[in-house]
Design a protein around this ligand. Sequence first.
Ligand code: 57M
Length: 358
Amino acid sequence: MLYHFLYPLHEWHVFFNVFRYITFRTIAAILTAGLLVYFLMPPFINYVKRRQFGQIIREIGPDHQHKAGTPTMGGVIIILAVVITILLWGNLKNFYLWLTLGIFLFFGFIGLLDDWYKVTKKKNLGLTGRQKLLLQALSAGLFLFLALRFTSFDTRLAVPFFKDFRPDLGIFYFPFTMLVIVGASNAVNLTDGLDGLAIGPFIVVAGVYMLFVYLAGHAKLASYLHIPYVPGAGELSVFCGALLGAGLGFLWYNAYPAEIFMGDVGSLSLGASLGAVAVISKQELLLALAGGVFVAEALSVMLQVAYFRLTGGKRIFLMAPLHHHFEKKGWPEPKIIVRFWIIAAFFGLLAIGTLKLR
Ligand code: 57M
């Protein structure tokens, strides 16, 4: 909004020219979203405590009983902060911005239903796993359809390290897009099992895509770096800035010992937004590298379940997802969390490093 009101004033004074720059608005978005979460979270925590929307801890698995009753659904404030920030600093004429915001909100809504069902034990609200996956897949399909219909977006796949190999997936871009967005959403959801364990790597990946989507939307830089040029994608840098800022603000309260959990409303929306940005920037495969921690966590579950079924009950890990394995090995929670952050930082740097390997 500020962009639309203040940028035109540059004819009156050159200072207002600054509102045109994506870089300026991205930094403003980081600060705005971070401060909004920082100041809005404490009253929300008090509200959740008053309403007793505390986390229910399941019996099986590593002992988390001491966490029972911890306020959850902090993702509601993350979403609120990101929406306000985008309305303030985004170029609201950018269709990719609305598409990505739509995915962010829809996945958040699915997560909110789940969280609400858990904290209020209202059976009728809980979506089954299949219903959730179907809704998520359909929304990802609609996301791609609208991008193909109303922008210059195409179905050619960009492959990291191979600058000239751009296969056109055609109709298969739909299942591919669904896999990226639904996969990212559920991988973040699985990872969110220790204080700060999901939001730390999320901040790293949001930062990596803040850079990549800016470059993808910049004709000269995209050409120089041999990455696909996606006209208009640069505006999503402001969105990634809002995600990063809100993530930093949330980490302030989710850091061990957590005062609040993000809930499925947070993990599903945050993961899906990373998937959506990865698709628009045509850097989907890169997400598997930048989000290596999320991939490792999701993979550990798939391998554990498959091996369990194949061997009639044997396990590869002491418990999946991966963070539970280290808990079972006796690693203190803060040590697991910070070590996952360190690995996430390395994956993020590797992802940025691929820019020079094309
Ligand atoms: C998402 N949710 C946390 C919190 C957070 C197929 C199977 C692998 C699924 C998986 C599962 O149920 N995952 C759901 C993980 C939960 O966190 C809540 O959920 C939101 C995120 N979706 O925001 O509201 C618990 O995690 C802890 N937590 C923190 N700090 C945080 O900042 O300590 C969360 C955030 C919270 C809190 O204790 O209650 C979760 O772990 O459920 N299932 C599992 O992960 C289970 N694994 C398992 O069954 N493994 C089996 C098979 C199926 C692979 C095996 O290895 O043989 C484990 N999780 C739990 N208990 N809770 C073990 C059993």
